[in-house]
Design a binder for this molecule. Structure first.
Ligand code: ZN
Length: 205
């Protein structure tokens, strides 16, 4: 979920004209000419940029005399089954990436089609579930290598990789180093965080 403070006006404006439901609950917008305020996904006619004002909370809109739109009901608690689903996926990956968790398994577990799940996940997180699983595994491997306790093979399996060749390939792709290099020089990926906080360079692929 986006943080309100991190949004640029341009991003908010784009969300409004694209009726982007990912921003529902993150901000609201009022139209000065009508005195109505909406959630970003509202399908009402696109407003003129100069007439629009953004709010973080419905209460701010109310204070300025705006009334809630009858069409999108901006004050109703935001119901986002999609977001719940992708959060569930992330949770399952977090619990299972060190084992044999894969997208097929997750889609069966949640009773949704694999393609739908991949599409949704990518829309919210910008990467596919498979890429996310790899990121978690690489981050875990970095953590284990830096602790210097296990051998490369043990690290590969403990991080959830099914084979050494996959491990070497993914590790090099994401970090730019071979696992052995990181093991020899633990300062090499000093900026990498642990597997549990995954908003790292490892995410981008
Ligand atoms: Zn509306």
């Amino acid at each position: 979920m986006k943080e309100y403070g991190a949004l640029l006006p341009e991003e908010k404006w784009q969300a409004v004209i694209q009726c982007d439901s990912r921003y529902d609950g993150v901000f609201f917008y009022g139209v000065r000419t009508t005195g109505i305020f909406c959630r970003p996904s509202c399908k009402s006619k696109a407003p003129v940029p100069g007439n629009i004002i953004f709010f973080e909370h419905p209460a701010e809109a109310r204070q300025l005399g705006f009334r809630p739109c009858k069409r999108c009901c901006p004050e109703r608690t935001v119901f986002q089954p999609e977001l719940e689903l992708v959060k569930k996926v992330q949770e399952i990956i977090g619990d299972g990436y060190q084992n044999r968790v894969d997208v097929q398994h997750i889609s069966r577990q949640l009773g949704v089609s694999k393609n739908h799940l991949i599409k949704l996940f990518k829309r919210y997180y910008g990467v596919t579930p498979a890429q996310y699983i790899t990121s978690r595994r690489v981050a875990k491997a970095v953590e284990l290598l830096r602790q210097g306790e296990a051998g490369i093979l043990e690290v590969a399996y403990a991080a959830g990789f099914g084979s050494l060749s996959t491990f070497y390939k993914c590790f090099k792709e994401r970090t730019g180093y071979a696992p052995g290099e990181v093991r020899e020089n633990t300062d090499l990926l000093a900026t990498c965080v642990t597997a549990d906080s995954c908003q790292t360079v490892l995410e981008t692929s």
